[in-house]
Design a protein around this ligand. Structure first.
Ligand code: GLY
Length: 681
């Protein structure tokens, strides 16, 4: 492959960008996965910055600039291909029902105008129509409609026709389109993408664009999630006249008439991940709302049902512009506005890729930079001491804050172990031998306080849950001070070796984004079953072998299996992490005999992970000679997590000290503490 630029993503954004780059003279390859559920084909094609009531000023400017580009952009594509994109500056009518409060729906700056709307080309794009005007202007509306807004500059494009036009244009222009090749990973080193790992081998170029929409975080740890939309279409019967020649935009419903007599009805907004399919309730809601707004629809024959996934970010704004790798550019997360934003995205991304950036574009792009999700000031650990709240436990906050054990620096405890070497994992040294996690806490403050009280220097983070902002994981990446804490990304939730490898790569990127450029650690979890949460030894070994090859420091979570531990050590793992008992069970040390064998034979640190429920068990594991512990549930689920975190840290230190000190031998019979020699009988 000889391209200068590889575009990952063959949807509307990827193709539009590829074409723009090609027209400017670059050699471009685009990778598409031909996903029917991608927004490109699933959308309705509304071009609706006004009707969508976009409040964010930068976003509104971006949308308006894109809308302005639309006529020329589609004309050019049509010239290249001889196809019709269905671009139609038809305007959008947003009817309002009684009780919806038409006054309330007006925004500052909206014009009030009782006359018939101006033409779509009119520069003033918003007009209020009263009941008489709206019914006169658009026949067939529900009698319940008491007025509405006319957005004359909004319009539509037939997104499927547009997609086909983009595909043809790309082909005609000589863009290489790879539909059959799956991109598996982005290989990067020292802040630069070195290639794409694909099922056809490694492919390289000088620049890369990530435009994989709802699937973006499979390849890069960006907070893009799928928001499902269900849709359907009806067809105006052969002998009826289409009396609808503009988009209707109601509450939770839009009705988009196409020139060919189809009417698109959309769309639900569902946070169901990538759950496929149309549902009865989804379609029922759409039909009810559509028939209420435009009753004559009820007799039109249904043509098709479908669904798709919008690529949505936490602030619902796209992620555009450069990334933490100097030759990777992001063009994703367009949420409800991908079709609308295609031309401006293509232009701005091409400007960056070819380094033709105008100052104006630059400043607009600042609002869409990925770093907005990672820029919150890291919480300094100093904040924890002043805000610890122990009131949910049995210990009062006063008694604890007056108590030097809980508030004394952890170093005071650790200095007792200074006869000890530091814990060394893959060449990195740690003073603390207790690792913690971030899951299961009642709230993020408790988690922060517990991490601080534990004195731990390594915190494991579930990559998938952070990326998807799973409940309890919102803002988690920003909640800890990663200047002080070493991130241990984990592959929790991965059922197969392949998934774990992919998530491990994302974890590495996540650590980099958060400033840990050289962090290559991964806690490898391959767990196929949800009931026992027991790791798959074969999948773990396979994934470990691959990840070691890719330069990861692999910390595999395993059952307490001495043979497997040895094989993982031979494969080059940085530690082994045998379980004491099933994850989150708090059953304590159930696998002591095997853990002892693992410790005896290991030349790498043995970290006892999972199952420890109480400090006594933590201490016991350390007394046995474990090098470190990973404890999450026992802390997070304690009545008072920060206090339990402190107890666990003390137990880890006590156990380690006891191990180093050497336990006295056990005897069968009593042996008096005071010597008997010399006593008077
Ligand atoms: N653009 C409309 C939607 O995403 O439903």
């Amino acid at each position: 492959m000889t391209s200068d630029i590889l575009i990952i993503g063959g949807g509307v954004i990827g193709l539009a960008t590829a074409i723009e780059l090609k027209l400017r003279g670059a050699k471009v390859t685009a990778f598409g996965r031909n996903r029917k559920a991608a927004a490109a084909t699933a959308a309705a094609g509304m071009l609706a910055p006004s009707a969508e009531r976009i409040a964010n000023t930068a976003m509104l400017e971006l949308c308006n600039r894109s809308l302005y580009l639309y006529p020329d952009w589609t004309r050019k594509l049509e010239e290249i291909t001889g196809l019709d994109t269905g671009y139609w500056a038809c305007g959008i009518l947003a009817p309002v029902y009684q009780g919806q409060g038409e006054k309330k729906t007006r925004r500052q700056g909206d014009e009030f105008d009782n006359s018939l709307p101006s033409s779509p080309s009119s520069p003033s794009s918003r007009h209020w129509l009263d009941k008489q005007a709206i019914h006169q202007y658009q026949t067939g509306l529900s009698e319940e409609v008491i007025g509405g807004w006319w957005y004359s500059d909004d319009g539509q494009v037939d997104n499927r026709a547009l997609f086909q036009t983009l595909l043809n244009a790309a082909e005609n222009l000589g863009v290489e389109i790879q539909e059959g090749i799956a991109v598996k990973g982005i290989i990067q080193q020292q802040g630069e993408v070195k290639g794409l790992q694909t099922d056809a081998g490694t492919l390289r170029a000088s620049k890369y664009v990530l435009a994989t929409g709802a699937w973006s975080n499979e390849l890069f740890p960006l907070p893009v999630r799928p928001v499902k939309g269900q849709m359907l279409s009806v067809k105006v019967p052969f002998n009826s006249e289409l009396s609808l020649s503009r988009v209707l935009y109601g509450e939770d419903i839009y009705i988009v008439p196409r020139r060919d007599g189809r009417i698109i009805i959309g769309a639900t907004c569902e946070e169901v991940g990538f759950t496929p399919g149309n549902t009865p309730v989804g379609i029922q809601n759409l039909l009810q709302a559509a028939i209420r707004l435009y009753p004559q629809l009820q007799n039109y024959p249904i043509e098709e049902f479908w669904w798709g996934f919008r690529p949505t970010t936490p602030d619902k704004l796209p992620i555009l512009g450069d990334s933490c790798c100097k030759n990777l550019i992001f063009a994703t997360g367009h949420h409800r506005n991908g079709i609308l934003l295609a031309p401006i995205t293509a232009k701005l991304v091409a400007d960056i890729v070819l380094e033709e950036t105008e100052e104006k574009s630059d400043s607009l792009l600042n609002h869409f930079h990925y770093s907005r999700f990672h820029n919150s000031t890291p919480k300094s650990t100093a904040m924890f001491t002043s805000s610890v709240n122990f009131s949910n436990g049995n210990i009062s906050s006063e008694s604890l804050s007056n108590n030097s054990i809980i508030d004394s620096p952890i170093e005071d405890l650790i200095q007792d172990t200074k006869l000890d070497n530091k814990l060394n994992i893959a060449g990195k040294e740690f003073t603390s031998r207790l690792m913690t996690g971030t899951g299961k806490y009642r709230n993020i403050t408790e988690m922060q306080q517990s991490v601080e009280k534990s004195g731990c220097q390594i915190v494991t983070v579930a990559v998938r849950r952070v990326q998807t902002n799973a409940p309890g994981h919102e803002g988690l990446a920003e909640a800890l001070d990663w200047n002080k804490i070493w991130m241990l990304p984990n592959t929790a939730g991965c059922k197969t070796a392949e998934e774990a490898i992919r998530v491990a790569r994302l974890g590495r990127e996540m650590a980099k984004i958060l400033g840990q450029e050289e962090n290559n650690f991964v806690k490898l979890e391959v767990i196929p079953d949800a009931k026992y949460l027991l790791p798959d030894p074969i999948g773990t070994l396979q994934a470990a072998e691959q990840l070691v090859k890719e330069g990861f420091a692999v910390l595999p979570y395993i059952n307490a299996d001495p043979m497997l531990a040895k094989r993982l050590e031979e494969a080059g793992c940085a530690t082994v992490m045998p379980l004491a008992a099933p994850i989150g069970s708090g059953q304590g040390l159930q696998t002591t005999a095997n853990i002892k064998i693992i410790i005896e034979n290991a030349n790498i640190p043995v970290v006892v992970d999972a199952g420890i429920g109480a400090p006594s068990e933590a201490a016991q594991a350390m007394e046995m000679g474990a090098d470190a512990l990973l404890i999450n549930s026992a802390i997070a689920l304690a009545k008072n997590p920060p206090a339990m975190a402190r107890a666990m840290s003390m137990a880890a230190v006590a156990g380690r000290l006891a191990y180093l000190a050497g336990r006295m031998p056990m005897k069968d019979y009593a042996s008096a503490s005071s010597p008997l020699t010399g006593t008077v009988s």
